[in-house]
Design a protein around this ligand. Structure first.
Ligand code: FDA
Length: 509
C-alpha cells in the first residue's frame, strides 16, 4: 500500500474522472463531518478518536460504485460500504483499529428506490440505501394483502439488513428477509456489475445472509418476493410486572411461543421488572383470543388489548407505539436512533429454568446499569428451511433468539453500561447454545472475535481463515467454511475486508 496521504491524493484524482465532485467528500470538505454523521446511529463511533475514512463517495448510480472499486484497488485504498448505518459496531464507516489501512466509504443513501411489481408472486426491486420503512410503505401502498418479512426498526438499511439475514414480526410465517431474495446486483472487487447469473450460485448463496461486514462486494439492489398477508392483522402489547407473575409467564412462554401457529408471533422485551409481550397475528382478534386463552392463559390477553389494522399500520404501531402513523416510518431519524449503545446476542435451544429467569429479573435486570433483553421466538417457517439453504444457520431446534442491549446518554457511562452487557453474557453461558455458542451477525459484537491478517509481503496479505473461525462459526456455524470458499471465488485477494469480513480460503491452507 501507498502511504495514507499519497493514497488519498491519487485515489481522489482517479475518482474525479468518473464521480462528480459534489458527490465526493474528503476530510477537508466543509460538509465531511455532517455527511459522515448523517447515518451514524451510535455516537460511540463519532468521537475525535474514531478512525475515519479518507473520503466518502455518495454514489448515485452503479458507475460511481464501480469507479470507487477500480480506483481503490489501483491506489491502495480499501472500501467500506454503508447503507443505513445501523451496524452495531459502526463497521460501515469506521475502522476499529488505529493501524487500519486507509479506507473510503461508499455511502449508498442516495440509492434508495423501491419498485413493486404485482404478479404471482409479487416482487420488488429495492436499492440497498432504502430504509426498511420505505420498502414496507411502498408495498403497503400497492396492496394491503402484500408485505415483506424484515426487521422492526424502519430506519434500518436494506443493504446491511439483507446482507445479515434480517428478521422481524413475520419470521414465523415467512422466514428471513434474505430468504425472499431472488436476484441482486453486485459490484465485485474487479469493479464488475454482476446479477445473479453472472455472480454464480455460490456467491449468490453467500450474499443472502453471509455478506455483513462487506465481504463479497457491494450489493446495489435486491429483487425480493413479497409475501401474502390478510387485509387485517391483529396486534397486542401486554405488560406483566414481576409482581404480576412475569417470571412464570416468561418461563412458560419459552416453550409455547416457538410452537404457536405460524401466523402468530409473540415476542418479549424484558426490562427492569417488566416483561412486555408484543404480538402480531395474521388473522382476526376473534381467531386469536381462543389461541391465547388455551396456549398462554397466564398472559390474560383480552378483547380490549387486541387491535385490528392493516399490516402496514402494524409496523409503526409495534415499533413506535399506538400514536404513530404509517408516514412516520418514512422518517430518516426516529426517537432512539442516536443513542450510545452496545448489543450482543445468544440462541436458546433448551428452555431456561424458572429459577434462572428469577435471577435474571431480580439480579441482572434490577441493576442500576441494566439494559434490556429482547426475546424473539423462532419455529415455523424459519425452522422449516435447512441450515445450509442460506448462510444463516440458526433454524431447526432454536427456541428463541436473545438480544442483550444497553443504551446510555453520555460517554462517561460507557464502561458501566457495556460492562453490564458483557457480564450478563458471561452469566448466561450455561443456559444458551453451545459448541459453538451461536450469535446473530446482524447484532454484531466485536467482543466475539476479530480478524487477523496473515501473509504480507509481495504476495499480498489475506485474512486468516483459522483466526476468523473464532467469530465466524458463532455467526455461521458450518456455513463459515462455505462462505470462505465463495469469498475465494469472488475476491481472492481479500480487497473487501473488515474486522469481521469473511476470509478467503484456499490460498493460505
Ligand atoms: P450499515 O450500513 O451500517 O451496514 C451493516 C453492515 O453491512 C456493514 O458491515 C456494511 O459494510 C455492510 N453493508 C451495508 N450495505 C451493504 C451493501 N449494500 N453491500 C454489501 N455490504 C453492505 N435486525 C434484525 O434482523 N431485525 C430487527 O428487527 C432489527 N432491529 C434493529 C433496530 C435497531 C435500532 C438497530 C440499530 C439495528 C437493528 N437490527 C435488526 C440490526 C440490523 O439488521 C443490522 O444492524 C443491519 O446490518 C443494519 O443494516 P444497515 O444497512 O442499516 O447498516
Amino acid at each position: 500500500f501507498l502511504s495514507a496521504h499519497a493514497s488519498s491524493d491519487s485515489f481522489l484524482k482517479c475518482l474525479s474522472g468518473s464521480v462528480p465532485s459534489q458527490l465526493l467528500f474528503t476530510q477537508s470538505s466543509q460538509s465531511f463531518a455532517s455527511v459522515l454523521a448523517s447515518s451514524v446511529r451510535n455516537p460511540r463511533f463519532l468521537t475525535p478518536g474514531t478512525v475515519r475514512p479518507l473520503c466518502i463517495v455518495t454514489a448515485t448510480n452503479a458507475s460511481h460504485v464501480q469507479a470507487a472499486v477500480v480506483c481503490g484497488r489501483a491506489h491502495g485504498v480499501r472500501l467500506r460500504v454503508r447503507s443505513g448505518g445501523h451496524d452495531y459496531e459502526g463497521l460501515s464507516y469506521r475502522a476499529a483499529r488505529a493501524d487500519a489501512p486507509p479506507f473510503a466509504v461508499v455511502d449508498l443513501a442516495r440509492l434508495r428506490s423501491v419498485r413493486v411489481t404485482r404478479g404471482s408472486p409479487a416482487t420488488a426491486w429495492v436499492d440497498s440505501g432504502a430504509q426498511l420503512g420505505e420498502l414496507y410503505y411502498a408495498i403497503g401502498k400497492v396492496s394491503d394483502r402484500l408485505a415483506f418479512p424484515g426487521g422492526l426498526c424502519p430506519t434500518v438499511g436494506v443493504g446491511g439488513h439483507f446482507s445479515g439475514g434480517g428478521f422481524g414480526m413475520l419470521l414465523r410465517r415467512h422466514g428471513l428477509a434474505a430468504d425472499q431474495v431472488v436476484d441482486a446486483l453486485l459490484v465485485d472487487a474487479q469493479g464488475r456489475l454482476l446479477d445473479r447469473n453472472a455472480m454464480g450460485q455460490d456467491v449468490f448463496w453467500a450474499i443472502r445472509g453471509g455478506g455483513g461486514g462487506g465481504s463479497f462486494g457491494i450489493v446495489l439492489s435486491w429483487r425480493v418476493n413479497l409475501v401474502a398477508v390478510p387485509p387485517k392483522v391483529t396486534v397486542f402489547a401486554v405488560k406483566k410486572t414481576v409482581q404480576e407473575g412475569a417470571i412464570d409467564v416468561v418461563a412458560k412462554w419459552q416453550e409455547v411461543a416457538p410452537t404457536l401457529p405460524d401466523d402468530l408471533l409473540v415476542r418479549v422485551i424484558a426490562q427492569g421488572q417488566d416483561a412486555n409481550f408484543q404480538a402480531l397475528y395474521l388473522g382476526s382478534c376473534d381467531a386469536l383470543l381462543p389461541v391465547m386463552r388455551s396456549r398462554l392463559p397466564e398472559l390474560g390477553v383480552d378483547r380490549t388489548q387486541c387491535k385490528e389494522m392493516t399490516w402496514l399500520q402494524s409496523v409503526p404501531f409495534i415499533y413506535l407505539g399506538s400514536g404513530a402513523t404509517v408516514e412516520d416510518i418514512l422518517k430518516r431519524n426516529l426517537p432512539g436512533d442516536n443513542r450510545f449503545s452496545k448489543a450482543t446476542s445468544d440462541y436458546v435451544r433448551q428452555a431456561i429454568s424458572r429459577n434462572v429467569w428469577a435471577d435474571i429479573f431480580r439480579t441482572w435486570l434490577a441493576k442500576p446499569n441494566a439494559g434490556l433483553m429482547i426475546l424473539e421466538p423462532y419455529g415455523g417457517k424459519i425452522a422449516g428451511v435447512s441450515d445450509s439453504e442460506t448462510p444463516f444457520p440458526h433454524r431447526s431446534g432454536v427456541l428463541y433468539n436473545i438480544q442483550y442491549m444497553n443504551f446510555w446518554g453520555s460517554a462517561g457511562e460507557e464502561a458501566g453500561r457495556t460492562g453490564w452487557v458483557r457480564d450478563v453474557l458471561a452469566f448466561m453461558a450455561p443456559h444458551v447454545s453451545k459448541n459453538p455458542r451461536a450469535a446473530y451477525v446482524n447484532y454484531r459484537d466485536l467482543d466475539l472475535g476479530q480478524n487477523v491478517v496473515v501473509g504480507g509481503g509481495a504476495g499480498g496479505n489475506v485474512t486468516s481463515f483459522e483466526a476468523g473461525r473464532v467469530w465466524g462459526e458463532k455467526y455461521y456455524k458450518g456455513n463459515f467454511r462455505r462462505l470462505a470458499m465463495a469469498k475465494a471465488q469472488i475476491d481472492p485477494s481479500d480487497y473487501f475486508r473488515s474486522e469481521q469480513s469473511i476470509p478467503p480460503i484456499g490460498n493460505q491452507l
